[in-house]
Design a protein around this ligand. Structure first.
Ligand code: SAM
Length: 462
Protein backbone atom coordinates (compact mmCIF):
# COMPACT_ATOMS: atom_id res chain seq x y z
CA UNK A 1 0.00 0.00 0.00
CA UNK A 2 1.31 3.43 -0.83
CA UNK A 3 1.54 5.84 2.10
CA UNK A 4 -1.00 8.11 0.46
CA UNK A 5 -4.42 6.68 1.18
CA UNK A 6 -6.16 9.71 -0.28
CA UNK A 7 -6.86 9.28 -3.98
CA UNK A 8 -7.71 12.59 -5.63
CA UNK A 9 -9.31 11.07 -8.73
CA UNK A 10 -11.39 8.74 -6.59
CA UNK A 11 -12.75 11.65 -4.50
CA UNK A 12 -13.46 13.76 -7.58
CA UNK A 13 -15.23 10.76 -9.12
CA UNK A 14 -17.31 10.33 -5.97
CA UNK A 15 -18.49 13.93 -6.16
CA UNK A 16 -19.56 13.47 -9.79
CA UNK A 17 -21.34 10.14 -9.16
CA UNK A 18 -23.00 11.56 -6.05
CA UNK A 19 -25.11 13.87 -8.22
CA UNK A 20 -26.89 10.78 -9.62
CA UNK A 21 -27.95 9.45 -6.22
CA UNK A 22 -31.76 9.38 -5.99
CA UNK A 23 -33.98 10.80 -3.27
CA UNK A 24 -34.87 7.43 -1.78
CA UNK A 25 -31.21 6.54 -1.28
CA UNK A 26 -30.45 9.92 0.29
CA UNK A 27 -33.44 9.57 2.61
CA UNK A 28 -32.25 6.09 3.62
CA UNK A 29 -28.86 7.59 4.52
CA UNK A 30 -30.57 10.30 6.52
CA UNK A 31 -32.62 7.64 8.35
CA UNK A 32 -29.37 5.85 9.18
CA UNK A 33 -27.81 9.07 10.48
CA UNK A 34 -30.91 9.66 12.58
CA UNK A 35 -30.29 6.31 14.28
CA UNK A 36 -26.77 7.62 15.25
CA UNK A 37 -25.15 5.05 12.96
CA UNK A 38 -22.92 7.53 11.12
CA UNK A 39 -22.36 7.60 7.37
CA UNK A 40 -19.74 6.26 5.00
CA UNK A 41 -17.95 8.55 2.56
CA UNK A 42 -20.24 7.63 -0.36
CA UNK A 43 -23.32 8.61 1.62
CA UNK A 44 -21.59 11.80 2.73
CA UNK A 45 -20.78 12.71 -0.89
CA UNK A 46 -24.46 12.45 -1.83
CA UNK A 47 -25.48 14.76 1.01
CA UNK A 48 -22.77 17.27 0.18
CA UNK A 49 -23.81 17.71 -3.45
CA UNK A 50 -27.56 17.63 -2.89
CA UNK A 51 -29.21 21.01 -3.36
CA UNK A 52 -32.67 19.74 -2.47
CA UNK A 53 -33.99 22.07 0.29
CA UNK A 54 -35.90 19.16 1.90
CA UNK A 55 -32.64 17.24 2.32
CA UNK A 56 -30.96 20.29 3.78
CA UNK A 57 -33.79 20.79 6.22
CA UNK A 58 -33.46 17.19 7.38
CA UNK A 59 -29.66 17.43 7.62
CA UNK A 60 -29.94 20.38 10.03
CA UNK A 61 -32.74 18.83 12.02
CA UNK A 62 -30.90 15.50 12.45
CA UNK A 63 -27.63 17.30 13.29
CA UNK A 64 -29.48 19.16 16.07
CA UNK A 65 -30.98 15.91 17.31
CA UNK A 66 -27.62 14.09 17.38
CA UNK A 67 -26.00 17.02 19.14
CA UNK A 68 -28.70 17.04 21.79
CA UNK A 69 -28.85 13.27 22.23
CA UNK A 70 -25.12 12.58 22.47
CA UNK A 71 -23.68 15.80 23.89
CA UNK A 72 -26.74 17.24 25.66
CA UNK A 73 -26.18 20.90 26.44
CA UNK A 74 -22.56 20.51 27.54
CA UNK A 75 -19.85 22.57 25.83
CA UNK A 76 -16.23 21.81 26.66
CA UNK A 77 -14.03 24.90 27.03
CA UNK A 78 -10.38 25.30 26.02
CA UNK A 79 -7.83 27.95 25.05
CA UNK A 80 -4.72 27.95 22.85
CA UNK A 81 -1.25 28.64 24.20
CA UNK A 82 1.27 29.74 21.56
CA UNK A 83 4.81 29.00 22.73
CA UNK A 84 6.97 29.67 19.63
CA UNK A 85 6.49 31.37 16.26
CA UNK A 86 9.81 30.30 14.74
CA UNK A 87 9.04 28.43 11.55
CA UNK A 88 10.98 26.90 8.67
CA UNK A 89 7.94 26.40 6.44
CA UNK A 90 6.55 28.59 3.68
CA UNK A 91 2.81 28.15 4.06
CA UNK A 92 1.04 30.66 1.80
CA UNK A 93 -1.84 31.12 4.26
CA UNK A 94 0.14 31.54 7.48
CA UNK A 95 1.77 34.62 8.96
CA UNK A 96 4.50 32.39 10.47
CA UNK A 97 5.76 31.74 6.90
CA UNK A 98 9.57 31.90 7.16
CA UNK A 99 9.63 34.45 4.33
CA UNK A 100 7.78 36.94 6.55
CA UNK A 101 10.08 39.25 8.42
CA UNK A 102 9.14 40.00 12.00
CA UNK A 103 10.79 39.64 15.37
CA UNK A 104 10.24 35.96 16.21
CA UNK A 105 10.20 34.65 19.72
CA UNK A 106 9.62 31.66 21.92
CA UNK A 107 8.59 31.72 25.54
CA UNK A 108 11.12 31.22 28.31
CA UNK A 109 9.88 28.85 31.00
CA UNK A 110 9.14 31.89 33.19
CA UNK A 111 7.06 33.32 30.37
CA UNK A 112 5.27 29.98 29.98
CA UNK A 113 4.41 30.22 33.69
CA UNK A 114 3.11 33.76 33.23
CA UNK A 115 0.86 32.75 30.30
CA UNK A 116 -0.41 29.74 32.23
CA UNK A 117 -1.12 31.89 35.28
CA UNK A 118 -3.29 34.15 33.10
CA UNK A 119 -5.02 31.21 31.41
CA UNK A 120 -5.75 29.64 34.75
CA UNK A 121 -7.06 32.97 36.06
CA UNK A 122 -9.66 32.78 33.26
CA UNK A 123 -10.70 29.37 34.62
CA UNK A 124 -9.15 27.27 31.87
CA UNK A 125 -8.15 23.70 32.69
CA UNK A 126 -7.56 22.46 29.14
CA UNK A 127 -5.20 24.08 26.67
CA UNK A 128 -4.01 23.51 23.13
CA UNK A 129 -0.27 24.10 22.96
CA UNK A 130 0.68 25.60 19.57
CA UNK A 131 4.03 26.16 17.87
CA UNK A 132 5.53 26.74 14.46
CA UNK A 133 7.98 24.15 13.10
CA UNK A 134 11.66 24.80 13.80
CA UNK A 135 13.96 21.95 14.79
CA UNK A 136 16.66 24.27 16.12
CA UNK A 137 14.66 26.97 17.93
CA UNK A 138 11.75 24.77 18.93
CA UNK A 139 12.90 21.13 19.13
CA UNK A 140 10.76 18.44 20.70
CA UNK A 141 12.73 18.83 23.96
CA UNK A 142 11.54 22.43 24.22
CA UNK A 143 7.89 21.35 23.77
CA UNK A 144 8.37 18.65 26.43
CA UNK A 145 9.97 21.17 28.78
CA UNK A 146 6.98 23.51 28.32
CA UNK A 147 4.60 20.63 29.05
CA UNK A 148 6.49 19.71 32.23
CA UNK A 149 6.42 23.34 33.34
CA UNK A 150 2.68 23.58 32.73
CA UNK A 151 1.77 20.29 34.42
CA UNK A 152 3.99 21.17 37.42
CA UNK A 153 2.11 24.41 38.13
CA UNK A 154 -0.49 24.31 40.89
CA UNK A 155 -2.68 27.25 41.79
CA UNK A 156 -5.03 27.90 44.64
CA UNK A 157 -7.97 27.05 42.40
CA UNK A 158 -6.53 24.23 40.39
CA UNK A 159 -4.20 23.70 37.49
CA UNK A 160 -4.04 22.97 33.78
CA UNK A 161 -5.17 19.37 33.69
CA UNK A 162 -4.99 18.51 30.01
CA UNK A 163 -2.52 19.71 27.38
CA UNK A 164 -3.52 19.02 23.80
CA UNK A 165 -0.67 19.63 21.41
CA UNK A 166 -0.76 21.09 17.90
CA UNK A 167 2.75 20.85 16.50
CA UNK A 168 4.14 19.82 13.14
CA UNK A 169 4.11 16.23 11.93
CA UNK A 170 7.02 14.36 13.51
CA UNK A 171 8.56 10.95 14.15
CA UNK A 172 7.25 7.95 16.10
CA UNK A 173 10.06 8.53 18.60
CA UNK A 174 8.96 12.12 19.23
CA UNK A 175 5.31 11.11 19.53
CA UNK A 176 6.40 8.55 22.16
CA UNK A 177 8.04 11.36 24.13
CA UNK A 178 4.84 13.43 23.96
CA UNK A 179 2.89 10.44 25.15
CA UNK A 180 5.24 9.94 28.11
CA UNK A 181 4.81 13.54 29.24
CA UNK A 182 1.01 13.20 29.17
CA UNK A 183 -0.25 14.68 25.92
CA UNK A 184 -4.06 14.89 25.73
CA UNK A 185 -5.03 14.96 22.06
CA UNK A 186 -2.42 15.31 19.32
CA UNK A 187 -3.96 17.82 16.93
CA UNK A 188 -2.80 18.30 13.36
CA UNK A 189 -4.71 19.86 10.51
CA UNK A 190 -4.11 18.37 7.10
CA UNK A 191 -4.81 21.93 5.81
CA UNK A 192 -5.94 20.44 2.49
CA UNK A 193 -6.37 16.85 1.32
CA UNK A 194 -6.12 18.02 -2.31
CA UNK A 195 -2.48 17.19 -3.08
CA UNK A 196 -1.91 19.67 -5.96
CA UNK A 197 -3.31 22.47 -3.78
CA UNK A 198 -1.29 21.20 -0.81
CA UNK A 199 1.87 21.47 -2.85
CA UNK A 200 0.87 24.88 -4.19
CA UNK A 201 0.28 26.43 -0.76
CA UNK A 202 3.20 24.74 0.99
CA UNK A 203 5.97 26.37 -0.94
CA UNK A 204 8.91 25.11 1.09
CA UNK A 205 10.04 23.43 4.29
CA UNK A 206 9.39 19.94 5.65
CA UNK A 207 5.64 20.55 5.73
CA UNK A 208 5.66 20.50 1.93
CA UNK A 209 5.82 16.69 2.08
CA UNK A 210 2.15 15.72 1.66
CA UNK A 211 2.62 12.03 2.45
CA UNK A 212 4.63 12.68 5.62
CA UNK A 213 2.00 15.13 6.89
CA UNK A 214 -0.88 12.83 5.93
CA UNK A 215 0.59 9.84 7.79
CA UNK A 216 1.40 11.76 10.99
CA UNK A 217 -1.54 10.21 12.87
CA UNK A 218 -0.44 6.72 11.85
CA UNK A 219 2.90 7.43 13.53
CA UNK A 220 1.21 9.04 16.55
CA UNK A 221 -0.99 5.96 16.95
CA UNK A 222 2.02 3.67 16.59
CA UNK A 223 3.60 5.65 19.43
CA UNK A 224 0.56 5.05 21.63
CA UNK A 225 -1.20 8.41 21.21
CA UNK A 226 -4.73 7.18 20.63
CA UNK A 227 -6.56 10.52 20.80
CA UNK A 228 -5.80 12.33 17.57
CA UNK A 229 -7.62 15.40 16.27
CA UNK A 230 -7.89 16.13 12.56
CA UNK A 231 -9.06 19.10 10.57
CA UNK A 232 -8.66 21.05 7.36
CA UNK A 233 -8.18 24.74 6.81
CA UNK A 234 -11.36 25.55 4.91
CA UNK A 235 -10.65 28.04 2.15
CA UNK A 236 -7.72 26.33 0.42
CA UNK A 237 -9.54 23.86 -1.87
CA UNK A 238 -13.07 22.69 -2.75
CA UNK A 239 -14.73 22.26 0.69
CA UNK A 240 -16.68 19.16 -0.41
CA UNK A 241 -13.43 17.51 -1.49
CA UNK A 242 -11.99 18.38 1.93
CA UNK A 243 -14.90 16.85 3.84
CA UNK A 244 -14.51 13.61 1.89
CA UNK A 245 -10.75 13.70 2.52
CA UNK A 246 -11.40 14.04 6.24
CA UNK A 247 -13.89 11.18 6.22
CA UNK A 248 -11.63 8.85 4.24
CA UNK A 249 -8.79 9.70 6.64
CA UNK A 250 -11.09 8.86 9.55
CA UNK A 251 -12.04 5.53 7.93
CA UNK A 252 -8.35 4.77 7.34
CA UNK A 253 -7.56 5.29 11.04
CA UNK A 254 -10.57 3.22 12.09
CA UNK A 255 -9.45 0.37 9.86
CA UNK A 256 -5.83 0.46 11.03
CA UNK A 257 -6.19 1.34 14.70
CA UNK A 258 -9.81 0.59 15.49
CA UNK A 259 -10.42 4.24 16.33
CA UNK A 260 -10.80 7.32 14.14
CA UNK A 261 -10.46 11.00 15.03
CA UNK A 262 -11.15 11.87 18.65
CA UNK A 263 -11.98 15.39 17.47
CA UNK A 264 -12.37 17.26 14.22
CA UNK A 265 -11.61 20.99 13.98
CA UNK A 266 -13.21 23.18 11.36
CA UNK A 267 -11.01 26.27 10.98
CA UNK A 268 -11.82 28.69 8.17
CA UNK A 269 -9.07 30.79 6.63
CA UNK A 270 -8.80 34.18 8.39
CA UNK A 271 -7.07 37.41 7.52
CA UNK A 272 -3.49 37.43 8.79
CA UNK A 273 -0.43 39.66 8.56
CA UNK A 274 1.18 39.26 5.11
CA UNK A 275 -1.80 37.29 3.70
CA UNK A 276 -4.25 38.60 1.15
CA UNK A 277 -7.32 36.51 1.70
CA UNK A 278 -8.62 37.43 -1.77
CA UNK A 279 -5.77 35.31 -3.21
CA UNK A 280 -7.62 32.18 -2.09
CA UNK A 281 -10.34 31.14 -4.58
CA UNK A 282 -12.11 28.59 -2.35
CA UNK A 283 -13.22 30.70 0.61
CA UNK A 284 -16.24 29.04 2.19
CA UNK A 285 -19.41 31.11 2.60
CA UNK A 286 -21.47 30.90 5.80
CA UNK A 287 -24.30 28.77 4.36
CA UNK A 288 -21.89 26.16 2.95
CA UNK A 289 -19.93 26.16 6.20
CA UNK A 290 -23.06 25.49 8.28
CA UNK A 291 -24.05 22.66 5.94
CA UNK A 292 -20.58 21.12 6.20
CA UNK A 293 -20.57 21.22 10.01
CA UNK A 294 -24.01 19.58 10.09
CA UNK A 295 -22.98 16.84 7.64
CA UNK A 296 -19.83 16.04 9.65
CA UNK A 297 -22.06 15.78 12.74
CA UNK A 298 -24.23 13.21 10.92
CA UNK A 299 -21.24 11.31 9.56
CA UNK A 300 -19.25 10.87 12.80
CA UNK A 301 -21.73 11.42 15.62
CA UNK A 302 -19.34 10.45 18.41
CA UNK A 303 -16.38 12.56 17.31
CA UNK A 304 -16.01 15.85 19.20
CA UNK A 305 -16.11 18.95 17.00
CA UNK A 306 -13.97 21.96 17.82
CA UNK A 307 -14.53 25.59 16.94
CA UNK A 308 -12.11 28.42 17.64
CA UNK A 309 -12.44 32.17 17.97
CA UNK A 310 -11.74 32.36 14.22
CA UNK A 311 -15.56 32.41 13.98
CA UNK A 312 -17.62 35.32 15.23
CA UNK A 313 -20.16 35.21 18.00
CA UNK A 314 -23.21 34.74 15.73
CA UNK A 315 -21.66 31.86 13.77
CA UNK A 316 -20.45 30.16 16.94
CA UNK A 317 -23.97 30.31 18.39
CA UNK A 318 -25.47 28.73 15.25
CA UNK A 319 -22.88 25.95 15.02
CA UNK A 320 -23.22 25.00 18.69
CA UNK A 321 -26.77 23.90 17.94
CA UNK A 322 -25.84 21.63 15.06
CA UNK A 323 -22.59 20.00 15.98
CA UNK A 324 -19.85 21.85 17.81
CA UNK A 325 -19.02 20.34 21.21
CA UNK A 326 -15.88 22.25 22.21
CA UNK A 327 -15.07 25.95 21.87
CA UNK A 328 -12.18 28.19 22.82
CA UNK A 329 -12.73 31.35 24.82
CA UNK A 330 -10.68 34.41 25.67
CA UNK A 331 -8.07 33.23 23.15
CA UNK A 332 -4.84 34.86 22.10
CA UNK A 333 -3.18 33.50 18.95
CA UNK A 334 0.20 34.99 19.69
CA UNK A 335 3.36 33.98 21.52
CA UNK A 336 3.15 35.72 24.89
CA UNK A 337 -0.25 37.13 23.89
CA UNK A 338 -1.98 36.71 27.26
CA UNK A 339 0.74 38.70 29.07
CA UNK A 340 0.70 41.32 26.32
CA UNK A 341 -3.04 41.66 26.64
CA UNK A 342 -2.69 42.06 30.40
CA UNK A 343 -0.13 44.83 29.86
CA UNK A 344 -2.28 46.33 27.06
CA UNK A 345 0.61 46.05 24.61
CA UNK A 346 0.16 46.02 20.86
CA UNK A 347 -0.23 42.49 19.51
CA UNK A 348 0.90 40.58 16.43
CA UNK A 349 -1.23 37.40 16.27
CA UNK A 350 -0.87 34.38 13.97
CA UNK A 351 -4.26 35.32 12.53
CA UNK A 352 -6.95 37.77 13.60
CA UNK A 353 -9.70 36.27 15.74
CA UNK A 354 -13.36 37.20 15.26
CA UNK A 355 -14.69 36.59 18.75
CA UNK A 356 -12.78 38.91 21.06
CA UNK A 357 -15.08 38.68 24.06
CA UNK A 358 -13.58 37.72 27.40
CA UNK A 359 -13.76 34.11 28.54
CA UNK A 360 -16.24 35.06 31.28
CA UNK A 361 -18.48 36.86 28.76
CA UNK A 362 -18.52 33.83 26.45
CA UNK A 363 -19.09 31.41 29.31
CA UNK A 364 -21.87 33.59 30.77
CA UNK A 365 -23.59 33.76 27.44
CA UNK A 366 -23.40 29.99 27.04
CA UNK A 367 -25.16 29.66 30.40
CA UNK A 368 -27.80 32.21 29.37
CA UNK A 369 -28.45 30.16 26.23
CA UNK A 370 -29.07 27.06 28.34
CA UNK A 371 -25.65 25.39 27.84
CA UNK A 372 -23.46 23.90 30.55
CA UNK A 373 -19.88 25.10 30.03
CA UNK A 374 -17.69 22.15 31.01
CA UNK A 375 -14.08 22.27 32.20
CA UNK A 376 -13.89 18.52 32.39
CA UNK A 377 -10.60 16.75 31.67
CA UNK A 378 -11.57 13.43 33.25
CA UNK A 379 -11.54 10.99 30.33
CA UNK A 380 -7.88 11.10 29.60
CA UNK A 381 -6.95 11.19 33.29
CA UNK A 382 -9.08 8.07 33.80
CA UNK A 383 -7.51 6.33 30.80
CA UNK A 384 -10.67 6.65 28.71
CA UNK A 385 -8.87 7.43 25.46
CA UNK A 386 -8.97 6.03 21.94
CA UNK A 387 -11.37 3.13 21.41
CA UNK A 388 -12.17 2.94 25.17
CA UNK A 389 -13.64 6.44 24.92
CA UNK A 390 -15.46 5.60 21.70
CA UNK A 391 -17.08 2.45 23.07
CA UNK A 392 -18.28 4.36 26.11
CA UNK A 393 -19.69 7.07 23.85
CA UNK A 394 -21.39 4.55 21.57
CA UNK A 395 -22.94 2.65 24.47
CA UNK A 396 -24.71 5.83 25.62
CA UNK A 397 -22.95 5.58 29.02
CA UNK A 398 -21.21 8.86 28.36
CA UNK A 399 -24.18 10.72 29.79
CA UNK A 400 -23.51 9.19 33.20
CA UNK A 401 -19.94 10.45 33.05
CA UNK A 402 -19.84 13.69 31.08
CA UNK A 403 -22.84 15.37 32.65
CA UNK A 404 -21.69 14.83 36.28
CA UNK A 405 -18.17 15.98 35.37
CA UNK A 406 -19.53 19.02 33.53
CA UNK A 407 -21.64 19.97 36.55
CA UNK A 408 -18.86 19.60 39.12
CA UNK A 409 -16.36 21.54 36.98
CA UNK A 410 -18.95 24.26 36.36
CA UNK A 411 -19.54 24.41 40.11
CA UNK A 412 -15.78 24.88 40.68
CA UNK A 413 -15.61 27.52 37.95
CA UNK A 414 -18.52 29.50 39.35
CA UNK A 415 -17.01 29.63 42.85
CA UNK A 416 -13.44 30.30 41.75
CA UNK A 417 -13.90 32.62 38.77
CA UNK A 418 -17.55 33.72 38.52
CA UNK A 419 -19.14 36.92 39.80
CA UNK A 420 -22.18 36.82 42.10
CA UNK A 421 -24.66 36.79 39.22
CA UNK A 422 -22.78 33.97 37.49
CA UNK A 423 -22.74 31.94 40.71
CA UNK A 424 -26.50 32.24 40.98
CA UNK A 425 -26.99 31.17 37.37
CA UNK A 426 -24.60 28.24 37.77
CA UNK A 427 -26.26 27.02 40.97
CA UNK A 428 -29.66 27.15 39.27
CA UNK A 429 -28.35 25.27 36.24
CA UNK A 430 -26.68 22.58 38.38
CA UNK A 431 -29.89 22.09 40.35
CA UNK A 432 -31.86 21.86 37.11
CA UNK A 433 -29.49 19.35 35.49
CA UNK A 434 -28.73 16.93 38.34
CA UNK A 435 -32.07 15.06 38.05
CA UNK A 436 -31.08 14.36 34.40
CA UNK A 437 -28.31 11.98 35.57
CA UNK A 438 -30.05 8.66 35.05
CA UNK A 439 -27.82 6.43 37.22
CA UNK A 440 -29.02 6.86 40.78
CA UNK A 441 -25.65 6.18 42.43
CA UNK A 442 -23.85 8.65 40.16
CA UNK A 443 -26.59 11.22 40.73
CA UNK A 444 -26.09 10.94 44.50
CA UNK A 445 -22.30 11.09 44.12
CA UNK A 446 -22.59 14.23 41.99
CA UNK A 447 -24.79 15.90 44.60
CA UNK A 448 -22.22 15.00 47.25
CA UNK A 449 -19.31 16.30 45.14
CA UNK A 450 -21.11 19.60 44.48
CA UNK A 451 -21.60 19.93 48.22
CA UNK A 452 -17.92 19.18 48.86
CA UNK A 453 -16.85 21.79 46.29
CA UNK A 454 -18.94 24.39 48.13
CA UNK A 455 -17.05 23.40 51.26
CA UNK A 456 -13.67 23.92 49.58
CA UNK A 457 -12.98 20.55 47.91
CA UNK A 458 -11.78 20.52 44.26
CA UNK A 459 -11.18 18.28 41.28
CA UNK A 460 -13.77 15.54 41.75
CA UNK A 461 -14.37 13.50 38.65
CA UNK A 462 -15.80 10.22 37.52
N1 SAM B 1 2.97 24.19 13.05
C1 SAM B 1 1.92 23.24 13.15
C2 SAM B 1 1.71 22.57 11.80
O1 SAM B 1 2.58 22.68 10.97
O2 SAM B 1 0.70 21.94 11.59
C3 SAM B 1 0.62 23.80 13.60
C4 SAM B 1 0.57 25.02 14.40
S1 SAM B 1 -0.29 26.33 13.63
C5 SAM B 1 0.07 27.40 14.95
C6 SAM B 1 -1.99 25.88 13.79
C7 SAM B 1 -2.87 26.03 12.60
O3 SAM B 1 -3.15 27.39 12.34
C8 SAM B 1 -2.41 25.52 11.27
O4 SAM B 1 -2.53 24.12 11.18
C9 SAM B 1 -3.32 26.26 10.30
O5 SAM B 1 -4.41 25.47 9.87
C10 SAM B 1 -3.85 27.42 11.12
N2 SAM B 1 -3.68 28.70 10.41
C11 SAM B 1 -2.55 29.19 9.87
N3 SAM B 1 -2.80 30.35 9.24
C12 SAM B 1 -4.13 30.59 9.36
C13 SAM B 1 -5.01 31.62 8.91
N4 SAM B 1 -4.57 32.63 8.18
N5 SAM B 1 -6.32 31.54 9.21
C14 SAM B 1 -6.78 30.52 9.96
N6 SAM B 1 -6.01 29.52 10.42
C15 SAM B 1 -4.69 29.54 10.12
Amino acid sequence: MSDVFIDKDYIEGLLVQAKQVDDATINASLDKAERFEGLNHREIAALLVSDNPEHLKRIFSIAGKIKQHIYGNRIVMFAPLYVSDYCVNRCAYCSYNCGHKFGRSKLTQDEVREEVRLLEAMGHKRIALEAGEHDKECPIDYILECMHTIYDMKFENGEIRRINVNIAATTVENYRKLKEVGIGTYILFQETYHQPTYEKVHLGGPKRDYAYHLTAFDRAQEAGIDDVGGGVLFGLADPYFEVLGLMIHNEHLEERFNVGFHTISVPRLCPAEGINIADFPHLVDDATFEKIVAIIRLAVPFTGMLLSTRENHAMRSKLLKIGISQISAGSSTEVGGYAKRERQEQTNPQFFVSDERTALDIITELMDDGYIPSFCTACYRKGRTGDRFMSLAKSGQIKNVCLPNALTTLCEYSIDYGNELFKKKANAAIKREIPGISNQKIRALTELNVEKIHQGGRDFYI
